[in-house]
Design a protein around this ligand. Structure first.
Ligand SMILES: Cc1cc2nc3c(=O)[nH]c(=O)nc-3n(C[C@H](O)[C@H](O)[C@H](O)COP(=O)(O)O)c2cc1C
Length: 221
């Protein structure tokens, strides 16, 4: 499965089978985690075979079952931390999909396991549940494309970028992002200051790049 196919196939999955991750799956995920951590000063960690991760009242509340593996979203505190975790975490989500796995971002209530290392200047902001889905999930509803950008008269690559962002996960499916093609050819991406805005923005920016093609534009700073 290619990354483009993974974007279409990915939906949040909250029910997992008890099949453990295979060694090649763990290795591929850990390799990408190492790249992402080095690139952005993050400390994401894959925790496997931890049945207590989503147990008890939490699982009932969050509708999770069978989740035994997760990626802990940890990184150095900085104004960009949440966006970086969104961007790099979503790379892992799409990689997982190509490896035949399913995922669900969890930014709300999650149990902070002692197996996760969090250094004093770091923050632990969420997890991504990961495993073999009991289902493949289903396509989320989306707001119309005009909500996310002024599309008329804009190049095809810009529309493709916005469409790809619309397929991405977002907290409570709020799809809290907006893109603007500026006169100087750069693209400005913004999110309203709501809960999880930073992570949602990072996810949307990765999807926009994958849809538009990074050869076609630069981000506005
Ligand atoms: C930052 C973030 C936090 C999320 N937190 C939760 C959560 O706490 N519990 C949950 O069940 N789903 C959570 N989700 C999953 C969203 O509900 C889901 O992505 C959205 O409804 C769109 O559906 P889809 O992922 O199937 O496309 C979160 C997603 C993101 C991006």
């Amino acid at each position: 499965m290619t990354i483009q196919e993974a974007i279409l196939a990915r939906h949040s999955v909250r029910q997992f089978t008890n099949q453990p991750l295979s060694t090649p799956q763990v290795e591929a995920l850990n390799q990408q985690i190492a790249h992402s951590n080095t690139a952005k000063g993050l400390h994401m960690q894959l925790v496997t075979n931890e049945p207590k991760a989503f147990s008890g009242i939490l699982s009932k509340f969050l509708r999770f079952s069978g989740a035994m593996n997760y990626i802990a979203l940890v990184g150095l505190q900085s104004p960009h931390l949440h966006e970086y975790l969104g961007y790099e975490g979503e790379k892992l989500v799409l990689l997982a999909q190509t490896l035949g796995l399913n995922t669900c971002w969890v930014g709300g209530t999650f149990s902070r396991n002692r197996n996760v290392k969090v250094n004093p200047n770091e923050m632990y902001v969420g997890v991504i549940a990961i495993g073999h889905g009991a289902t493949q999930g289903r396509q989320h509803k989306s707001k119309p494309i005009e909500t996310f950008a002024e599309i008329e008269g804009k190049p095809d690559w810009f529309r493709r970028g916005v469409e790809c962002a619309m397929l991405g996960p977002s907290a409570m499916n709020m799809q809290n992002f907006h893109f603007e093609l500026l006169a100087d050819g750069t693209v400005k991406a913004t999110a309203k200051p709501k809960a999880f805005a930073g992570m949602d923005l990072g996810i949307a920016k990765l999807h926009f790049e994958l849809g538009a093609g990074t050869e076609n534009f630069r981000w506005h700073n």
